[in-house]
Design a protein around this ligand. Structure first.
Ligand code: DSN
Length: 426
């Protein structure tokens, strides 16, 4: 068959885009070559509905070993006892988790999307807000920190079956014991969706949710630096404390209920090529090299936040504990949309983001979210953060000047040339 040059030329273009640009989208990263190789392997051809040793298809002896390796490695990374590595994404992981433990119409309590939460934590445009009854807590206006009093009050008043913590645009650590305390008081489950800071949690740079939350979900492609995908984890088997039943009315272990909710509950055949790539990435997580990397992520984020503050940018909560920061641009009189679009022209990529108590629509927003996982993978260190902030500031302070944009784009290209990306790829 003839090579599809149309598609492969586009892939080449994307590689060039990734090489030239300063990638600051907080949820993105660059995997290792071996992670991409595993994803592009013959494992994509295999059907393997079921779980290792219990499949609905023959010929699964190899993929069984691959999937078991992924399970064993991620359990080792987080020192937990249960892992399901089949969810195709973080959203799928959350969907399966909710299917396992909730009934339609049950109440859930999550961080408001406009305050840094996530679509799958109860947004009305998502399954989680449509099939369950969502309630939200927020952050405090003066500090930008999670409003735990509000969380406790909503929990006591509404008595949700599930409290969700974890966020997409929150730069601080989370008080898991405090959330578990109120959950125990009202008889609710606690889910931590650690998709964003998972890599920092893996190496002890942030508090661990595992001792306090019944369930932990994550994507695998953000700070974990693996392929796109999701996982569901549990520290212990939490012996089904509320006596939940399967469809046949039998009380089962939580691990069984979760497995059944992923397959056949919400997914069909697992993506074994992606699971192989997860296994590779989870092996990398166990390495000292990853420890050095993720420590640098945290140092870079703090150096970048400091550089922004010195230029009078308003960071929500004043700084960061993790890999990202949320910046309110209202004092600079620029919208998030305008900032994102203009920076894009100079090959600085980030996303507009609502800030807490935003007066603008989600399509415009007053802020930007900035993250350092990807540029840290490129090899950047603290002093490079100052350079990146200077380039962003140059554009934002002269936002309608095409000459400035063109000059910065050239500077960006020169700068990123010093941090090669996938030099072994053509
Ligand atoms: N879209 C992801 C993010 O950017 O944070 C969350 O799913």
């Amino acid at each position: 068959m003839q090579k599809d040059t149309v598609v492969f030329n586009l892939i080449d273009k994307e590689l060039e885009r990734q090489r030239h640009g300063i990638e600051l989208i907080a949820s993105e990263n660059f995997t290792s070559l071996q992670v991409m190789e595993a994803m592009g392997s013959c494992l994509t051809n295999k059907y393997a509905e079921g779980y290792p040793g219990k499949r609905y298809y023959g010929g699964c002896e190899v993929v069984d070993q691959v999937e078991q390796l992924a399970i064993d490695r991620i359990k080792q990374v987080f020192n937990c006892e249960y892992a399901n590595v089949q969810p195709h994404s973080g959203a799928q992981a959350n969907a399966a988790l909710m299917l396992a433990i909730l009934q339609p119409g049950d109440k859930i309590l999550g961080l408001d999307l406009s305050m840094g939460g996530h679509l799958t934590h109860g947004s009305p445009v998502n399954f989680s807000g449509k099939y369950f009854k969502p309630f939200f807590y927020g952050v405090k206006k003066d500090t930008g920190l999670i409003d735990y009093e509000m969380l406790e009050e909503k929990a006591r008043t509404e008595k949700p079956q599930l409290i969700i913590c974890g966020a997409s645009a929150y730069s601080r650590d989370i008080d898991y014991p405090r959330i578990r305390k109120v959950a125990d008081e009202i008889g609710a489950f606690v889910l931590c969706d650690m998709s964003h800071p998972a890599g920092l949690i893996a190496k002890g740079l942030l508090s661990s949710p595992f001792d306090h939350c019944h369930f932990v979900t994550s994507t695998t492609h953000k700070t974990l630096r693996g392929p796109r995908g999701g996982v569901i984890l549990m520290k212990k088997d939490f012996e089904n404390p509320f006596g939940l039943k399967d469809v046949k009315g039998n009380i089962r272990m939580m691990s069984n209920l979760l497995d059944m909710a992923v397959f056949p509950g919400t997914q069909g055949g697992p993506l074994e090529h992606v699971i192989a790539a997860k296994a590779v990435a989870f092996g990398e997580l166990l390495s000292d090299e990853f420890t050095v990397y993720i420590n640098q992520v945290q140092k870079n984020a703090q150096a970048m936040a400091k550089a922004f503050v010195e230029k009078d940018y308003q960071i929500i909560s004043g700084g960061t504990d993790n890999h990202l920061m949320l910046i309110d641009l209202r004092n600079k009189n620029i919208t998030g949309k305008k900032a994102q679009e203009t920076l894009d022209k100079a090959h600085i990529t980030l996303n507009k983001n609502a800030v807490p108590f935003d007066d603008k629509s989600p399509f415009v927003t007053s802020g930007i979210r900035v993250g350092v996982p990807a540029i840290t993978t490129r090899g950047m260190k603290e002093n490079d953060m100052q350079t990146v902030v200077n380039l962003i500031d140059k554009i934002l302070m002269d936002i309608d000047n095409e000459a400035t944009i063109n000059a910065v784009r050239e500077e960006v290209k020169q700068l990123m040339g010093k941090f090669p990306l996938y030099p072994d790829l053509a």
